[in-house]
Design a protein around this ligand. Structure first.
Ligand SMILES: [Mg+2]
Length: 175
């Protein structure tokens, strides 16, 4: 039998694939940090208007993820993105994010696009035996690891992809 990669890959949207930061400047909704922020966020948002998530630009290095993820069996490539609980007048953040993924990452299966509340991300860590989360939010990574998953704290696409490939190589002979 041909040996195959068994790892599942979960990739965050905002700050990893989608340029949420640039969009918040465009929409003029960026506010300095407050103690009420969701844990792990770098800044606060006054309000999310209709279209904010649907029209986010790609991160400058997102094309590297497009190439990398396309090379992995699409059963095991997931988007795991959170919706804001407050300060949103957008009618459907869920639909906007889903449509964004379908436009920019059309090879990702609809069933593998998971749009959830932030604190529920860690529930996905052990749905499969070996799951990597690539996320720029430290709390998400800590919670993912605590739940039994493998976390890569994202800073840029080159580093995250290199780490992901290193994990794949390291696990190749043991899973
Ligand atoms: Mg993020």
């Amino acid at each position: 039998m041909v040996k195959t990669n068994k790892i599942h890959y979960y990739v965050d949207l905002d700050g990893v694939l989608a340029n949420h930061d640039a969009q918040s400047v465009t929409y003029q909704v960026k506010m300095s940090n407050t103690k009420d922020n969701d844990s792990g966020t770098k800044y606060d948002i006054r309000d999310y208007k209709n279209g904010f998530f649907r029209t986010m630009p790609l991160m400058p290095d997102a094309h590297l993820f497009q190439d990398y993820l396309k090379g992995i069996d699409n059963d095991r490539v997931h988007i795991l993105s959170a919706v804001p609980k407050r300060r949103t007048s957008a009618s459907s953040v869920f639909d906007e994010k889903r449509e964004w993924v379908q436009e920019h990452f059309p090879f990702i299966r609809s069933i593998n696009i998971h749009i959830v509340f932030r604190e529920h991300k860690a529930l996905f860590a052990t749905l499969h035996p070996h799951s990597i989360l690539i996320d720029d939010n430290k709390s998400n990574i800590n919670e993912w690891r605590h739940a039994g998953g493998i976390g890569i704290l994202h800073t840029d696409a080159v580093s995250s992809i290199k780490k992901s490939m290193a994990i794949h190589s390291a696990l190749w002979d043991v899973i």
